[in-house]
Structure formats: structure tokens, C-alpha cells
Design a protein around this ligand. Structure first.
Ligand SMILES: Nc1ncnc2c1ncn2[C@@H]1O[C@H](COP(=O)(O)OP(=O)(O)O)[C@@H](O)[C@H]1O
Ligand SMILES: [Mg+2]
Length: 262
């Protein structure tokens, strides 16, 4: 099957700091691909290169057949890349449903004038978007909070709303940046279940960035391990876990152990 994303020999540095130092991978059309590594390894920078926030000094990023290297973030989003952020980025005063509707704006094709001229079509698109948002509310079990401002909700639920907003974009590729960071055990288990449901029921390929090995080893089809912007290993979770370079570079003496939250 063809790859949904190719990340080819990318280098990115900031004033001498090599954030991404020759990273090369591809994500299959039905794959849950994980990237792990300690803080500062370059994980979020990879997402920022894919989504067009940073332009790499070297390398190529392809989404399907489209070269999106250096493309602007709104174009990358329109081409079907949705993401969640390491720190929740939502409109705190807006309700759950309103935040999810904002994820739909790429799909609502009318402007203000067109909306007046083509009120019928605009209304149909609006209704279709509302219906899709309600499906996502059900899928992520957000119904009890749907009319509440997001800022009032528990942290774990806010992370889920952010996932919902990304899903509302009906992405071809979903980027999840530390989706369980700061969550308690129950919230983490819930999130793991939703991630698996997205793969199995919605068939959306994902890149999951995580600091903690435990979750990734349970969920991912393949894992890329990074250390200071350099790829250390890439493969099936059990192979990566047993790789001596990974144990040395990522786990280190003082670093977190497998399955342990640092
Ligand atoms: N906008 C930026 N300006 C300067 N340095 C940055 C910037 N973004 C990331 N970096 C640096 O790049 C490296 C990788 O950061 P990041 O990709 O956030 O790592 P991770 O997500 O794995 O913790 C770090 O050394 C970080 O300080
Ligand atoms: Mg990060």
C-alpha cells in the first residue's frame, strides 16, 4: 500500500541547535506510527515541519504525491493533516460543540456573500457539519459536556475535545503530540482506547509522539526512536525495545525505564 506521508532526510536547526538531524521515515496508509525520545529530541519539531510551521533547511516532506515541504500551515491543513498540541489549544470560552464546529471550517465552502446567494446549499453544508460533529461527540463520549465551555472541563476531557476538533477536519493523517501528557491512569487508558478506535473504526493513519515508552509499545505498529534529533532505531515495538542502542540512548541510567512515567 502506498505511504500517506514521506519524511525524507530532513534537517532543521535553530541558531546552531540541530533539532532534526537527518531523519527519514514513511508512514503507511493504515499505520499507527510512533515517535519517541527524551525532551528536546526533536519530536514536536518534526510535527512543525510536517504541518508547515517550520521550513527545513534540507529534505522533503510528501503527503501522498503532493510535495508539502515549506507549504503554509493552512494549505497543509486543507490537504488533510490535522494535529493536536502538546499543550491543549482550544477556545476556552466556547463550548465543546462550538470548538468541534471550528474544526469543520475547511469543509464549509461558502463565504458570507456566497452564503446569502446560496442559502440553500450553505444550510445543507452547515447541517452536514453539525451531524458530523454530533457523530464525533458520540464517538469520543463527550455528550455530557457538549454545551459547556471547554475551559471548565477536566484536563483529560479537554485533551479529548482537542482530538475531536482534529477528527472534525476529517483528516487523511492525524498528528498527536503527547496526547496523554499530564493525564492520570484512567484518562490515559481512555485516550489509548480512543486512539485504537480511530485506527480500527475510522482507519485514519496517525503519528503518535510520546515521551513515555509504555503507551507507545502497546499501541504502535512501528516506532522511531530519536535522540538529540538523530534517529536511533526504527521498527516494531518489541524489536526497538530490545535494541541496545535504544536502551543506551533513550533509557540511559538516569532516564525513564520502559513502562515507567518519568
Ligand atoms: N522555535 C524554536 N527556536 C529555537 N529552538 C527550538 C525551537 N523549537 C525547538 N527548538 C529546539 O529544538 C530541539 C528540539 O525541540 P522539540 O522538537 O520541541 O523536542 P521534543 O518535542 O522532542 O521535546 C530543542 O533543543 C529545542 O530547544
Ligand atoms: Mg515536544
Amino acid at each position: 500500500m502506498s505511504d500517506v506521508l514521506q519524511f525524507r532526510d530532513v534537517r532543521l536547526s535553530f541558531a546552531g541547535v540541530k533539532a532534526i538531524d537527518g531523519v527519514d521515515f514513511a508512514v503507511g496508509a493504515d499505520e499507527l506510527f510512533a515517535i519517541i525520545g527524551p525532551n528536546g529530541a526533536g519530536k514536536t519539531s518534526i510535527f512543525n515541519v510536517i504541518s508547515g510551521v517550520y521550513r527545513p533547511q534540507q529534505g522533503r516532506v510528501l503527503l501522498g504525491d503532493a510535495d508539502i515541504t515549506g507549504a503554509r500551515p493552512d494549505r497543509v491543513a486543507r490537504l488533510g493533516v490535522a494535529r493536536t498540541f502538546q499543550n491543549v489549544e482550544l477556545f476556552r470560552q466556547l463550548t465543546v460543540v462550538e470548538n468541534l464546529m471550528l474544526g469543520r471550517h475547511h469543509h464549509i465552502r461558502y463565504g458570507t456573500l456566497a452564503a446569502i446567494a446560496w442559502a440553500g446549499r450553505a444550510r445543507r453544508e452547515e447541517l452536514a457539519s453539525r451531524a458530523r460533529v454530533e457523530e464525533i461527540v458520540d464517538f469520543l463520549e463527550l455528550a455530557q459536556w457538549r454545551r459547556l465551555p471547554v475551559g471548565l472541563l477536566p484536563y483529560g476531557v479537554q485533551k479529548r475535545v482537542e482530538l475531536g476538533r482534529a477528527l472534525a477536519m476529517e483528516p487523511k493523517l492525524l498528528l498527536l503530540d503527547e496526547p496523554v501528557a499530564g493525564m492520570n491512569l484512567e484518562e490515559t487508558e481512555d485516550m489509548a482506547r480512543y486512539i485504537l478506535d480511530i485506527r480500527d473504526e475510522l482507519s485514519i493513519p496517525m503519528i503518535l509522539v510520546e515521551h513515555d515508552m509504555g503507551l507507545v509499545m502497546d499501541l504502535a505498529d512501528r516506532v522511531l526512536v530519536l535522540d538529540f534529533g538523530v534517529p536511533v532505531a526504527c521498527g516494531a515495538p518489541k524489536d526497538v525495545q530490545a535494541n541496545p542502542d535504544v536502551i543506551r540512548a533513550y533509557l540511559g541510567e538516569s532516564g525513564p525505564k520502559v513502562g515507567e512515567t518519568p
